[in-house]
Design a protein around this ligand. Structure first.
Ligand code: NAD
Ligand code: LMR
Length: 329
């Protein structure tokens, strides 16, 4: 089988360390698909990146065809069919993710343009670096100037969906595999809306199985919304293994598709046609993926007035973030 080219930015960082061996072991593109990994880092991290590449070879993963380490974005994205945009500063204690806009936003202008110029024409890029939704918007604008459309870029809220799914399973004392159809709406921030309206446990409405509306509102939602901070407080570093795993699942579902009858949550460029979400922000919605790299927003889901109001708060926040980075668009 011909190898595919996969680019990972920030490859010497925490998430990169957890992500690379799994991509090289077939977790995203399948157990028979050889991969060329192109790893992008900034100059001061190149020595550490060499060490990461050495360790990668030391795993001797049968699917690893080649590794390229570079600090040149166009070289890193050359012919890439899949890109993991991880490279960005993480927040520390006491910071909100949006505090990172000033530091990280400019990274995504250069990289969005470089992807449009150098990557394969059917490239799919997932933005992980925070604040992920608005960094993705910045990359979309930069890529558009070089002829690549917004459908090639998505931002990751799969980690939030996984967190929510696991919390429901724990509460219901149900196996995680028996929880499905969680939705994350909006921004990967404290305003995200973990919506259990359509979630199922053992195929039944999650609300009926849990039977504790106060817990859903006062415990479940805040736990999911602030889980990133809880991890930072506990580990002293932001989530890495779970973030890498979510990035793998995000890309795998774009690549091989969602299961029939199920969906996933992905932050996508809003066309203004769904659920009253304003046009021109990157907003998390439930999607199905046919398996060719594209996604379709799940339409026609009922949203309560309460959920709609919360969705608007998250949309308003994303509109404010867009205003804050206007000079980069
Ligand atoms: P880290 O600091 O360990 O690693 C980041 C790496 O990116 C570093 O090696 C750094 O040298 C590199 N980097 C910085 N600027 C770069 C550039 N211009 N080009 C290429 N590489 C560059 O951080 P981490 O823990 O791996 O987290 C990475 C990002 O992912 C952070 O912004 C973090 O907040 C975010 N994150 C997002 C989610 C999510 O759910 N969306 C989850 C966890 C972490
Ligand atoms: C997370 O949700 O774990 C990441 O976005 C890291 C953070 O800053 O919360």
């Amino acid at each position: 089988m011909r190898p595919i080219t996969v680019s990972i930015t920030g490859a010497a960082g925490n998430i990169g360390y957890a992500l690379l061996p799994r991509i090289a072991s077939g977790a995203v593109f399948g157990p028979d698909q050889p991969v060329v990994l192109k790893l992008l880092e900034i100059e001061p991290a190149m020595k550490a990146l060499d060490g990461v590449a050495m360790e990668l070879y030391d795993c001797a993963p049968p699917l690893l065809h080649d590794v390229v380490c570079t600090s040149d974005p166009e070289e890193a994205f050359g012919d890439a069919q899949a890109v993991f945009m991880v490279g960005a500063m993480p927040r520390g204690p006491g910071m909100e993710r949006s505090d990172l806009l000033r530091a990280n936003g400019p990274i995504f202008t250069g990289q969005g343009a470089a992807i449009a110029k150098a990557a394969a024409k059917d490239v799919r890029a997932v933005v992980v670096g925070n604040p992920a939704n608005t960094n993705c918007l910045i990359a979309i604008h930069a890529a558009k100037k070089h002829g690549l459309g917004p459908e090639h870029f998505t931002a990751m809220t799969r980690l939030d969906m996984n967190r929510a799914t696991a919390q429901l399973a724990l509460k219901a004392k149900a196996p995680i595999r028996d929880v499905s159809h969680m939705i994350i709406w909006g921004n990967h921030s404290n305003t995200m809306v973990p919506d259990t309206t359509h979630a199922r446990i053992y195929g039944m409405p999650a609300g009926d199985v849990i039977n504790d509306a106060a817990w859903l509102k006062d415990s479940f939602s805040p736990t999911v919304q602030t889980r990133g901070k809880a991890i930072i407080d506990a580990r002293g570093k932001s989530s890495a293994k779970s973030a890498a795993h979510a990035a793998i699942e995000h890309m795998r579902q774009l690549w091989v598709g969602t299961e029939p009858g199920s969906w996933t949550s992905i932050a996508v460029y809003s066309t203004g046609k769904h659920y009253g979400i304003p046009e021109g922000i990157v907003y998390s919605v439930p999607v199905t993926c046919p398996g060719d790299g594209s996604y379709r927003v799940v339409e026609g889901l009922a949203c309560s007035a309460e959920v709609k109001a919360l969705m608007k708060v998250s949309a308003d926040e994303l509109v404010s973030e867009r205003e804050a980075v206007q000079s980069l668009l």
